[in-house]
Ligand binder design. Structure first.
Ligand code: CA
Length: 364
């Protein structure tokens, strides 16, 4: 007998309702979380993903579960967001996993690794090929439960004062570039620098550095790099599909009712899709403005790409030899990447390639 019928036939509706209500209240408690972003509000695409997440959570719970979003620096600096989650200062953060390669290079796989997966493939891995579980086995060591929360798509190679024409041109090149990719370039003689977003422009202007990579046209335009380093190389082979994450304190996540856990997963997935859609919508106009303003678009030469791939493969082998977590995830990602490109070269690449040529020939 269904509960409602039982209640009706037993004639104890009121009493049963009174008993049942605490259980209902418990499944939708008032919850307030603080989420620290690793990004400033000025980067509306990337910072906006945390706001998208918070809004979706609030709407799905009739505002009972509220996530307050703080910009980088309001609670902790952007690059300390994961520590704030690990030690419980905040319940969650929105960040790039690879910011923490200094703790462990395995963090790189959450975001992007040199010549790694593109954004579609990263999603395929995370959602349908065990990526989320595999990464969370690792993140658990840091008391983190992580969910994909955005993607920039393939990034640009960045802004250079002088064009890179040969591998030789990388020797002595002082470039602002993060963690793991910096180590690849160092193998080819470059001098990688870690510089926070706001400090890149003055360093490039003064000539303290020769080149800097950031994200892509929409974000780069705001920082004004084209005025001081006109050569805009592509692609950013170290970030073929840079994925952002929501890092959540694992105990705080476990304390949530199952319905709220489900809502958190759904809201994160929404933010994951929405952020890349926004970048893809905004980048073309920004690229046109940058080129109109004098930016010189240049692909990295094939020999430079090949040398960087070779150096990356060496770094993978060296790192895997001394880090079991890194090896486990690299060994999972590598065959997946091969299969993905086997598939992508057929329909997707042929379709895109045809339309790219058709557009260039004014046939669209
Ligand atoms: Ca970048």
């Amino acid at each position: 007998m269904k509960r409602r019928e039982f209640v009706k036939s037993a004639g104890i509706g009121l009493a049963a309702g009174a008993i049942a209500s605490p259980a209902i209240a418990q499944s939708a408690p008032e919850v307030k979380w603080r989420l620290t972003s690793s990004f400033p509000k000025s980067l509306d695409t990337i910072y906006g993903a945390a706001e998208t997440f918070a809004k979706a959570v609030a709407e799905a719970t009739d505002n009972k579960f509220q996530v307050q979003v703080f910009a980088a620096g309001e609670i902790v600096p952007g690059l300390q967001a994961s520590d704030a989650v690990t030690n419980g200062t905040v319940e969650a953060c929105h960040t790039a996993s690879y910011y923490y390669v200094g703790k462990d290079p395995t963090f790189a796989f959450g975001t992007a690794v040199p010549f790694g997966l593109n954004s579609r493939q990263q999603n395929a891995w995370m959602y349908h090929a065990g990526g989320i579980d595999l990464m969370n086995e690792f993140y658990k060591k840091h008391s983190i439960y992580a969910l994909p929360g955005g993607n920039t798509g393939c990034q640009m190679g960045g802004w250079f004062r002088k064009e890179i024409k040969t591998v030789e041109d990388l020797k002595g090149l002082k470039m602002r570039i993060g963690g793991f990719a910096g180590q690849v370039l160092a193998k080819l003689g470059a001098v990688p620098q870690q510089i926070a977003g706001g400090d890149i422009y003055p360093a490039l202007e003064k000539g303290t550095i020769d080149a800097a990579e950031w994200v892509g046209p929409y974000d780069d335009e705001k920082l004004g790099f084209n005025k001081v380093a006109p050569v805009y190389h592509y692609p950013g082979w170290w970030e073929g599909g840079a994925m952002l994450h929501f890092f959540i304190n694992d105990k705080k996540f476990a304390e949530l009712p199952k319905t709220y856990q489900s809502i958190v997963r759904t809201a994160a997935a929404l933010a994951n899709v929405d952020m890349q859609a926004k970048y893809d919508a905004k980048n073309p106009e920004a690229l046109k403005r940058l080129v109109g303003g004098g930016a010189q678009l240049r692909p990295f030469p094939q020999e430079v790409m090949e040398a960087c791939l070779k150096a990356s493969n060496e770094l993978y082998e060296e790192t895997a030899a001394k880090n079991a977590d890194f090896k486990k995830i690299y060994d999972a990602m590598r065959p997946l990447r091969n299969d993905q490109y086997l598939w992508f070269q057929v329909a997707e690449y042929t379709y895109d390639n045809f339309l790219i040529r058709a557009r260039a020939a004014n046939r669209l």
